[in-house]
Design a protein around this ligand. Structure first.
Ligand code: NAP
Ligand code: MG
Length: 405
């Protein structure tokens, strides 16, 4: 006999952003099989598919960003960032900017990437049994640099700082007796402070320690500024809340941070300067296995949360799907984007049922893998006792649904 399910009613909406290609197909299947049977969704819906961005001159992306600011919680499907080939394929009038970039700029947000960890999937660092979340500062430093190639001897490189009142400071960087290179970088207090607030806010929201490290012993002004701003904001705005939540803020030299991360068992949030985050996020992601198991949350300094999968639209699988072939595309990161958003909505609105549902959805997904049904990308990482069954995407979702029921 079919059990009658009393659906969960949401108090407030989340911002739902539909996307492109294979993930657009996954999106609808996840809703149909895993969410809508259990939750009466309340959403502010935006179609960020490339066709709609073209039709609206990309206004739809800006409207979606404004809606996240209003409702505080969003869930986004992967979207195409156009390049020359996409201009042709989609007959675009303009090479529209990356929607993620637009939303991140509008929210002044920081991206936190977290792997979904299963005991049946190999981690390349055996000690890492809990996820490590990497937060990368997304402004300045090397990524907004100016640099020169010094051609020949006799050149002097200087740093010049001009204030509006005419005050000027200069410092010699190097006198060249041959060819070389010269570079200038910067960051702003405002951006560092936003990064710090987003990091503390996220660590609190997941109740995990926050680690941060820079090279402040060598860079006594530049990197030290990061250390100071983080320290000041922590003391004045977050120390009490951290204590209450039973979590810590740990600042160490970046070298020490890296060494301790390798020896750790995971289960913390690691905030990193732009370049460090670029490098370390790839290291952490590859150690935990598949890109399709990596989720990502954009957090604004004032506490707005946008959830998504870290991977793209899985174009290669989509072309196969269009040809009528079945694919074994992994929906886990996208499912966890939905569960993350629903849990956050539930927490903000005091809806215990919604929070509980989010956890059930995640548990059912992990159980499906544990019981030996997986997608193709996980086959080489699997370490169960019996041989796993590689399912097509929809079959895999149906397995999760069976457990969820
Ligand atoms: P991708 O979509 O992440 O896919 C790269 C490859 O990784 C796939 O071909 C597939 O390998 C594997 N993969 C990724 N996700 C998977 C999943 N869920 N299940 C199984 N395998 C998965 O990256 P891309 O091909 O470089 O980019 C495609 C489009 O996505 C681009 O237009 C790009 O602009 C966009 N993109 C969007 C975002 C975003 O919205 N956040 C992020 C990155 C890229 P195999 O083919 O070997 O199976
Ligand atoms: Mg990188």
């Amino acid at each position: 006999m079919e059990k009658i399910i009393k659906k969960i009613i949401m108090k407030k909406p989340i911002v739902e952003m539909q996307g492109d290609e294979m993930t657009r197909i996954l999106w609808d299947w996840i809703k149909e099989l895993l969410i809508e049977p259990y939750v009466t969704l309340k959403v502010a819906f935006f179609d960020l598919g490339l066709a709609e961005r073209e039709k609206t001159d990309d206004k739809v992306t800006h409207e979606a960003a404004a809606a996240i600011k209003k409702h505080r919680v969003g869930v986004k499907c992967a979207t195409i960032t156009p390049n020359a080939q996409r201009m042709e394929e989609y007959k675009l009038s303009k090479m529209w900017l990356s929607p993620n970039g637009t939303i991140r700029a509008a929210l002044d947000g920081t991206v936190f990437r977290t792997p979904v960890v299963s005991k049946n999937l190999k981690s390349f660092v055996p000690g890492w049994v809990s996820p490590i979340t990497v937060a990368r500062h997304a402004y300045g430093d090397l990524y907004r640099n100016q640099e020169f190639l010094v051609e020949g001897a006799g050149a002097v490189g200087e740093l010049v700082l001009k204030y509006a009142d005419g005050n000027e400071r200069r410092r010699q960087i190097a006198a060249f007796d041959g060819g070389g290179v010269l570079q200038g970088i910067h960051n702003t207090d405002k951006s560092i402070a936003s990064f710090a607030r987003a990091s503390f806010t996220y660590a609190l929201s997941v109740k995990q320690d926050l680690w941060f490290g820079t090279k402040d012993t060598i860079s006594k002004t530049y990197d030290h500024r990061f250390k100071d701003i983080f320290g000041e904001i922590f003391e004045s705005e977050f120390a009490d809340k951290f204590k209450e939540a039973g979590i810590n803020y740990d600042y160490t030299l970046i070298d020490d941070s890296v060494a301790r991360v390798m020896r750790s068992s995971g289960g913390f949030v690691w905030a990193l300067k732009n370049y460090d985050g670029d490098v370390m996020s790839d290291m952490v992601a590859s150690a935990f296995g598949s890109l399709a198991m990596m989720t990502s949350v954009l957090v604004s300094p004032d506490g707005c949360f946008e959830y998504e999968a870290a991977h793209g639209t899985v174009t290669r699988h989509y072309y196969k799907y269009q040809n009528g072939e079945k694919t074994s595309t992994n929906p886990v990161a996208t499912i966890f984007a939905w569960s993350g958003a629903l849990r956050k909505r539930g927490e903000l609105d005091g809806s215990k049922r919604l929070v509980k549902f989010a956890t059930k959805l995640e548990t059912a997904t992990l159980k499906t893998i544990e019981r030996g049904t997986i997608t193709g990308d996980l086959a080489s990482l699997y370490k169960g006792r019996k041989k796993p069954r590689v399912a097509e995407t929809r079959e895999f979702l149906e397995e999760i649904q069976k457990i969820l029921k």
